[in-house]
Each structure stands twice: as structure tokens, then as C-alpha cells.
Design a protein around this ligand. Structure first.
Ligand SMILES: [Zn+2]
Length: 255
């Protein structure tokens, strides 16, 4: 299935590639390596580093083939042009930045690529240490990845809907964020960040390691309604300024 691939292997990460995508191998390996070191610091798991296999695929067709055959993940075909990476256990399939122009909605930027790999590494780490990843909700997993990768700070995709919602006083409630895929990507990170700030990163790690049924709030020992109220207060706190407002200077736009 991976016969055409060449491999670059160092420490516990191996990166597969074809032909000219060798350009991205070192960058991919380094970014994943840095991400996992930082995620180990953050989560302090008992488990040791697993072996990670990352495959840089040359185009959309190959992306879809490996997502189905290697990862055994069921996605639409052809997959959406906003999909550029997919994980399953310790495997990561990555659309090569050389295919972005033709096969995605993105443009290659080294910083964004590094954050994307951190995002994917977060999914791998969460799955590795979670007692039951199948029950974990999308808003939590995506929120965790967007938060820890710092995508929330730099990328309009996650930042703009929140700033717009705050400005227009249109903030979705937890239920809407849980149930709507788009909202879970856009707003999930604000809940994770809220928990991280109010309850510390230790609580985030505890939730990932202990949550067996997808009920994150239960581990906090709080009922959803009062937590939701506190989160909204934190989000809209003008005096102290929320994280998002404070980091407004990092705002930059897509071309
Ligand atoms: Zn994700």
C-alpha cells in the first residue's frame, strides 16, 4: 500500500514521502518532534513515546486512498478541499503543501504548516492517553487541538467567527457548539481555553486521561448551566480583556 514511498526515520517518528515532497520531510519531522515534546510536557502521560508514522501524500486522490485504506477512516470522496490532514491512532496522513494550490483551499505558509502538525499531534496524543476516544466529543478534541497548537491566536478560520460573535453579541450556547460541526471548530477552543485558564492545564490533562464518556463537565464537578454562564462572562469580560482581544495584534488576514 505504501510501496512508492521513501522513508525518513529518526527517533520515534518516521515520515513517508514521494519524489519532490522530500522538501517537506525535515520540516515535518522537526515540527512533529517539537509538538510531541511539548505535548508530553503538558499532559505528562505515564505512557512512553509511541512510534509515529506520518505520510506526506502528493495529491487529493492519494490522500483519500490512504485515509480509507491505511487509516480506515470513512470520509467523503473526493474529500473536501479544506481537509489537509487526518489522523488515526499513531498514523498521520498529510496532504503535501506542494498540492495545496490545486487540491486545497490553503496556501502554504511554514508557520501555518507547523501549527497544523501540532494540531494533528494533539489528536494523536489525545487518542493515545484517552481511556475511550470514541466517546469524546468533536468540540472538545478540536478545541483542544486549536488551543494547544495556538491556531486560535493566529488563524482567522478560528479567530474571526469568535471575534465577530463577540462584537455582535451572538455567542452560541454549549449545546449549539456541541451539536454543530462548524461551531465546534470555531468555538470549541474558547471553552477549552476557559477551562485551562480557570482550572489550570493540569485539569485539561486530567480530563483527557479520565473522561470515559465524553462528559467533560462532569469531571469539573460543575453543572453545565453555571459553567456556561461563567464562560460567557469570561469571554465577554471587557475590563480584563479576554485572550482573544488581548491577542488582537496577532491578527492577520488570509490572502
Ligand atoms: Zn482537528
Amino acid at each position: 500500500m505504501l510501496n512508492d514511498y521513501l522513508w525518513f526515520s529518526k527517533d520515534y517518528i518516521k515520515v513517508g514521502y514521494i519524489g519532490k515532497d522530500q522538501t517537506f520531510v525535515e520540516e515535518t519531522h522537526n515540527s512533529l518532534g517539537e509538538a510531541f515534546i511539548s505535548l508530553y510536557e503538558y499532559f505528562k502521560p505515564k505512557e512512553k513515546f509511541p512510534s509515529i508514522r506520518a505520510v506526506i501524500v502528493p495529491d487529493r486522490n492519494e490522500f483519500d486512498r490512504l485515509v480509507k485504506e491505511l487509516l480506515k477512516v470513512d470520509i467523503e470522496t473526493p474529500s473536501r478541499s479544506s481537509r489537509i490532514a487526518q489522523t488515526q491512532k499513531t498514523d498521520i496522513v498529510i496532504l503535501s503543501p506542494s498540492a495545496y494550490k490545486r487540491d486545497s483551499i490553503y496556501e502554504y505558509r511554514p508557520d501555518e504548516y507547523r501549527r497544523l502538525l501540532f494540531h494533528e499531534a494533539t489528536h494523536v496524543m489525545e487518542e493515545y492517553i484517552s481511556p475511550n476516544i470514541e466517546t469524546q466529543q468533536r468540540w472538545w478534541s478540536e478545541g483542544l487541538a486549536v488551543n494547544l497548537s495556538t491556531q486560535w491566536r493566529y488563524e482567522d478560520e478560528f479567530r474571526e467567527p469568535v471575534l465577530k460573535g463577540l462584537k455582535n453579541k451572538q455567542i452560541p450556547n454549549f449545546k449549539e457548539i456541541q451539536e454543530d460541526a462548524r461551531l465546534s471548530y470555531q468555538w470549541g477552543w474558547t471553552i477549552v481555553k476557559y477551562i485551562e485558564e480557570l482550572y489550570t492545564p493540569i485539569m485539561i490533562a486530567k480530563i483527557v486521561k479520565a473522561c470515559e464518556n465524553g462528559d467533560v463537565f462532569n469531571i469539573l464537578g460543575k453543572d453545565i448551566k453555571s459553567l456556561e454562564k461563567e464562560w460567557k462572562k469570561w469571554l465577554t469580560n471587557k475590563e480584563k480583556g479576554s485572550y482573544i482581544e488581548k491577542n488582537r495584534n496577532c491578527w492577520r488576514s488570509w490572502s
